[in-house]
Write a protein that binds this ligand. Structure first.
Ligand code: NAP
Length: 259
């Protein structure tokens, strides 16, 4: 007998759903029948394009502008989604700020503070509202944070990606430990080189073909860059009822880069 993934009823909130990875997650969750409400921060055009593509396929999809570093905006997002859709079943953090690659010794203080505030505090506000909502609904829920596979393999000049994501990973593991007894599961997905969003920009703009080939052949055992769908399917599985005994884990989706 074949197995099809099944999901608890309710909407999915996808923070950063207008981004390269977030948009992939929105599409796959909507394909699987979940009402999707995603957030963007500065580019409404990108958000509208994602919403229209999903709606054209018959999916239920809405978007809201939210600055995740502002707790009142995050609280208001959860209140709106509950009012419109009743139950929230899945909350996914797939947002993150842009920043310049830099050696640790050369990072300007203002860049560091901006990234830490947007990423760690943004994720914290989302995670805290998810836990409160799941508790008040009384029948569990799924939390996923998109982090980076670099939390296990220290990257050069990319600490502003890895350090905040290591903090977010610990927050997620904390939720898994503290709130498992309420049926709340919390996991992370760790992308490697993904040909979408920030990764696509880096691959296309910062690397020449020779360097791209070198990275593919010598650092990634599966010898390709990933796609947004590689991350989306991992998040989908972790939110499914078939993953019902998995919590507090980080799944690297990086073609083996982390090894
Ligand atoms: N792509 C990769 O190869 C890769 C690899 C490892 C880890 N990651 C991580 O995966 C996550 C998603 O990456 P991505 O490539 O999809 O990035 P992306 O395309 O740049 O998307 C980022 C998303 O976050 C939103 N955002 C930015 N700042 C925000 C803020 N202060 N408050 C609320 N939302 C904000 C953006 O909205 P606007 O566009 O409207 O501003 C957008 O929706 C990031 O955390 C990134 O570090 C990506």
């Amino acid at each position: 007998m074949s197995t099809t993934l099944s999901f608890a009823p309710g909407a999915a909130i996808i923070a950063g759903g207008s981004g390269g990875i977030g948009a992939g997650i929105c599409k796959r969750f909507a394909d699987n029948g979940m009402p999707v409400v995603f957030t963007y921060h500065s580019s409404e055009d990108k958000a509208r394009a994602v919403q229209q593509e999903i709606a054209a396929q018959g999916g239920i999809c809405e978007y809201e502008r939210v600055d995740l570093s502002q707790p009142a905006q995050v609280e208001s997002l959860f209140a709106k989604v509950r009012e419109r859709h009743g139950r929230i079943a899945h909350v996914i953090y797939a947002a993150g700020p842009h920043f310049e690659f830099n050696f640790i010794g050369s990072i300007p203080d203002s860049d560091w503070l901006h990234v830490v505030n947007a990423d760690i505090n943004g994720a914290f506000h989302l995670i805290q509202n998810a836990v409160k909502t799941f508790r008040s609904q009384g029948d569990g829920g799924n939390l996923i944070a998109v982090i980076t596979s670099a939390v296990e393999r220290v990257p050069v000049k990319d600490i502003m990606s890895a350090a905040p994501k290591a903090a977010i990973e610990m927050l997620v593991r904390g939720v898994a430990k503290e709130s498992g007894r309420f049926g709340i599961r919390a996991n992370c997905v760790g992308p490697g080189w993904i040909n979408a969003g920030l990764g696509k920009k880096g691959i296309e703009e910062k690397l020449d073909e020779k360097t791209r080939e070198h990275i593919r052949k010598t650092t990634i055992p599966l010898q390709r860059f990933g796609e947004a769908d590689d991350i989306a399917y991992a998040a989908l599985f972790l939110c499914s009822q078939q993953a019902g005994f998995i919590t507090g884990q980080s799944l690297a989706v990086d073609g083996g880069l982390q090894l």
